[in-house]
Design a protein around this ligand. Structure first.
Ligand SMILES: [Fe+2]
Ligand SMILES: [Fe+2]
Length: 492
């Protein structure tokens, strides 16, 4: 196995490129319309609006600057994250975030104060709907766009196009966004977000202090209060709009993941009632997967959610799976081929169920891939006992695909390790270690990790973490002595 496989990019067609260009052109028009609406409000009088529009060179230079900044965004994604750019939905989501933030900033700038603008909104929404890297980059683009919008709106309003205030605006937009990106990246509770939002306001507060030194006639106390509200305001708007964006663009934020792993969520509740054995297995797998994801720097909450739902397909026929059976094994009356078909289908059934319930495509894919193309040796062996001829192993293999991501690879290891450890009569650390190592070795021999970019170093970390978690779950206890209390003999 290679130490590290190069990340594959999705192949592009002319149609894909045309769709992305279409999204960029449409949004250039939308941004221009937002600007014109801003000009209409700022110019106040119809004459002033007409006067601004009478100078098409102003509007043209504005449009060129906007085109340059969004063009830079496209080029960045083309070289840095082609797969993200490949989906027009992703680009549209970023544009909608920027447009929402521009409108919100304009409203607060116009009716309250420049320093109260919810400038961290772009960074927050991009961070929770995408990742830290994109949040930082989109914040840079937004800072520039807000600067351009404000400068041209000053012009339309009849005041100086460039002023010291614009420098403060750029400084605070850029710094608040960066602070929000790095301060909120591991926050999963709304109350913590609100508390930390006060830190996001600090660049705005500093800019008010700077402005007070350089500007005369400024209402310092009012501006100071306004600037302190900037961060909490951004968080409040973010909390309102995040579920809307999640629904519109089928994205899943950490808040949604937390909801999905709640024991009262629809499918989990169904699993607890109809497949309690599978649910208990999923809980232990989730502990292993979360620890492994944290250890190799992957998304722990995503790993946890995937673990909860990886066997959800068993809900279709829970009684055919060992963990939900008591005394009767329904496979005793079936041919090994039929048994293998039933067991194999739980990965596809789970995928279909998760997609149907709009859980998350990432979680559904992990569910489909968690057994890869591994063989069901128990039924293969049973089939061999029933026949004198050769048995086709392919009839007893899972349909795949093999794990495509590190999280799917973690799930494959955690799932098999938990199931195998459960069958051990002696769950000592030595036995657990041996089982986990042989599971990973077997899957490597079967080429199950060939299609994801996991490294040997990461596999070793996952092995160690899985062993630690499993020995923690199945630790041995001292046998309690029998004690007689007031004539009653008790032991536990
Ligand atoms: Fe499974
Ligand atoms: Fe499982």
């Amino acid at each position: 196995m290679k130490e590290m496989k190069a990340k594959k990019s999705m192949p592009w067609s002319n149609k894909d490129g045309a769709k992305v260009i279409f999204v960029y052109v449409i949004n250039l028009i939308i941004l221009s319309l937002i600007f014109l609406a801003g000009v209409a409000v700022r110019a106040n009088r119809f004459d002033a609006f007409k006067e601004f529009l009478a100078h098409p060179q102003d509007f043209l230079s504005f449009a060129i600057l906007v085109l340059l900044s969004i063009g830079f965004m496209a080029v960045y994604f083309l070289f840095e994250d082609r797969d993200f750019l490949h989906s027009p939905i992703n680009s549209q989501m970023l544009f909608l975030i920027i447009e929402l933030a521009l409108i919100a900033c304009f409203v607060f700038q116009n009716y309250v104060s420049q320093f109260s603008m919810p400038i961290a909104l772009v960074a927050l929404l991009t961070l929770f709907l995408s990742d830290t890297r994109k949040s930082s980059f989109v914040n840079v683009i937004f800072s520039f766009l807000l600067l351009v919008f404000s400068a041209y709106l000053n012009l339309a309003g009849g005041s100086e196009m460039f002023s010291l205030n614009l420098i403060y605006l750029y400084l605070m937009t850029f710094s608040s966004g960066i602070v929000a990106t790095y301060l909120m990246s591991n926050v999963y509770s709304r109350s913590k977000l609100l508390v930390r939002s006060l830190v996001v306001s600090i660049p705005c507060v500093l800019c008010v202090c700077l402005s007070a030194i350089t500007t005369t006639g400024m209402n310092f106390v009012k501006e100071l209060i306004a600037s302190a509200c900037s961060g909490p305001l951004a968080v409040a708007i973010f909390i309102v709009f995040l579920p809307i964006f999640e629904g519109l663009f089928k994205k899943v934020s950490c808040f949604k993941f937390a909801e999905l792993t709640d024991h009262n969520s629809k499918l989990i509740k169904k699993m607890i009632e109809q497949a309690p054995g599978t649910f208990n297995h999923a809980i232990i797998v989730s502990n292993i997967a979360e620890a492994c994801a944290t250890a190799i720097g992957e998304d722990a909450l995503l790993a946890r959610t995937c673990a909860y739902y990886h066997d959800i397909g068993k809900l279709r026929r829970p009684e055919f799976f060992k963990e939900n059976q008591s005394d009767v094994n329904l496979h005793d009356d079936l041919t090994p081929e039929l048994s293998a078909n039933i067991i194999r289908s739980h990965a596809q059934d789970g995928y279909n169920l998760l997609i149907k319930n709009r859980i998350s495509e990432k979680v559904a894919n992990v569910c489909l891939e968690h057994h890869g193309t591994t063989p069901m040796l128990f039924f293969y062996d049973k089939a061999k006992k029933f026949t004198d001829g050769e048995v086709d192993i392919n009839q007893f293999c899972y349909a795949g695909p093999k794990p495509q991501t590190k999280i799917a690879a973690i799930m494959m290891i955690a799932d098999s390790a938990e199931a195998a450890t459960r069958t051990l009569t002696d769950r000592s650390a030595e036995n657990v270690t041996q089982v986990v190592r042989s599971i990973v070795n077997d899957r490597m021999k079967l080429g199950q990790f060939e299609e994801c970019d996991i490294t040997l170093k990461e596999l070793n970390i996952i092995i160690g973490t899985t062993i630690n978690t499993l020995t923690g779950v199945y630790h041995s206890r001292v046998e309690y002595p029998k004690v007689t209390l007031e004539g009653i003999e008790i032991q536990n």
